[in-house]
Design a protein around this ligand. Structure first.
Ligand SMILES: *Cc1c(COP(=O)(O)O)cnc(C)c1O
Length: 371
């Protein structure tokens, strides 16, 4: 038996949408009925007025920064514990990323460390909702209000997650989502900006398509780029969105199965859900501490021998050679993120997994320990 860390569930509705695009010839990304339908429905799901589809989340982040006029000479505060797209987007926009350490419980940006990083050049805070658990947004928003900063949520891992009853993507100036194959819902490749700012949405729509204006098609007043999602991808997104609640409930159920069977195992720290949060468990991440008896990497290898695929946690951004090469973060120290990176492991949690498979994984983990 082989259990992969993730596999998607793509159904008939998605297939029918793609066939419709192909048959009608609407396969590109400049316009198309599925693009507007996906934008309207997904942004409404996030509690936002506007949605702007993009080719992926990296471009959603970059386009958001560009649309807000954030670039050269500006600083953006973000989490060192994230996927590299977050920091790359800031650099590609021409701005300077400033990193903060994480909270051990949620792996999210430690909001108590943010204010110290604010200076005259700071333009935005970019919290990342890690592994499906929302960040504690109130302190972040309060700092942003005090210093007149934008808040851009990297919500690539947290579709449908809730902070005090409100979904991610609508908690700050803008939210950026990914629809990569392994995210909560997928379009293969794809992204979206969600926002309540009409000005931001209009600017993003303009810049994502070479700043083309219908009035004078080949005359351009701004340097835009091509960040478009295709109608075919959006058709898959529309199909996926119909089942988003099911996917999230399933992820939460799998997390509950894991929690029930792994709680009390010495040396394992299980994921948390803060009282004010709804965690969508994009991944089910545990920490393997020295009390476990064997190392995280040894556990991973032994699970691998039994056909159980796992992944280790992110390597923090301040430890990335590519950033050291351009002189960034060389003196940064963020001990919590380094601890998470060293101890963290996430277990298979595809929506297709059964209770028996989860039990097999948990039993294998427990046996591994006692040997
Ligand atoms: C997946 C991910 C991204 C990048 O998404 P793409 O659609 O692959 O560009 C960005 N940020 C975080 C936190 C992610 O997990």
């Amino acid at each position: 038996m082989k259990i992969s860390v993730f596999e998607p569930e793509i159904g008939d509705k998605e297939l029918a949408g793609v066939i419709d695009c192909v048959k009608t010839g609407w396969i590109s990304g400049y316009s198309g009925k599925y693009i507007s339908e996906f934008e309207e429905r997904f942004s409404a799901y996030c509690g936002c007025k506007y949605g702007v589809t993009t080719s992926n989340c990296a471009t959603a982040l970059l386009l958001t920064l560009e649309s807000l006029g954030i670039g050269k000479g500006d600083e953006v505060i973000t989490s060192t514990f994230t996927m590299i797209a977050t920091v790359n987007a800031i650099i590609k926009a021409g701005a300077t990323p400033v990193l903060v350490d994480s909270e051990p419980d949620t792996c999210n940006m430690d909001s108590s460390l943010v204010e110290d990083k604010v200076n005259k050049r700071t333009k935005a805070i970019l919290p990342v909702h890690i592994y499906g658990h929302p960040c504690d947004m109130s302190p972040i928003i309060n700092i942003a209000l005090e210093y007149d900063l934008d808040v851009i949520e990297d919500a690539a891992e947290a579709h449908g997650a809730e902070y005090r009853g409100r979904r991610t993507g609508g908690l700050g100036t803008a939210g950026c989502f990914s629809f990569y194959i392994n995210k909560i819902i997928t379009t293969g490749e794809g992204g979206m900006i969600t926002t309540n700012s009409r000005e931001l949405a209009e600017r993003a729509i303009l810049l994502k398509s070479y700043a083309t204006v219908p009035k004078r098609r080949f005359l351009h007043e701004h340097i835009g780029f091509n960040y478009r999602m295709t109608n075919m991808q959006a058709a898959i997104g529309v199909g996926q969105l119909e089942r988003i609640d099911y996917f999230i409930e399933r992820k939460r159920l799998i997390a509950q199965w894991y929690n029930e069977q792994l709680c009390g195992v010495d040396g394992l720290i299980l994921p948390k859900e803060m009282p004010w949060a709804k965690n969508v468990y994009w991944v089910y991440g545990i920490r393997v501490t020295s009390d476990f008896g064997i190392s995280r990497d040894e556990l991973r290898a032994r699970l691998g021998d039994k056909g159980i695929e796992t992944r280790t946690y992110f390597v923090p951004m301040h430890l990335q050679p590519c950033f050291h090469k351009i002189g960034l973060f060389k003196k940064d120290k963020h001990p919590v993120s380094e601890m998470l990176s060293g101890e963290g492991l996430y277990l298979p949690n595809s929506t297709t997994l059964t209770a028996r498979q989860i039990k097999f994984i948990c039993d294998t983990i427990k046996k591994t320990r006692s040997k």
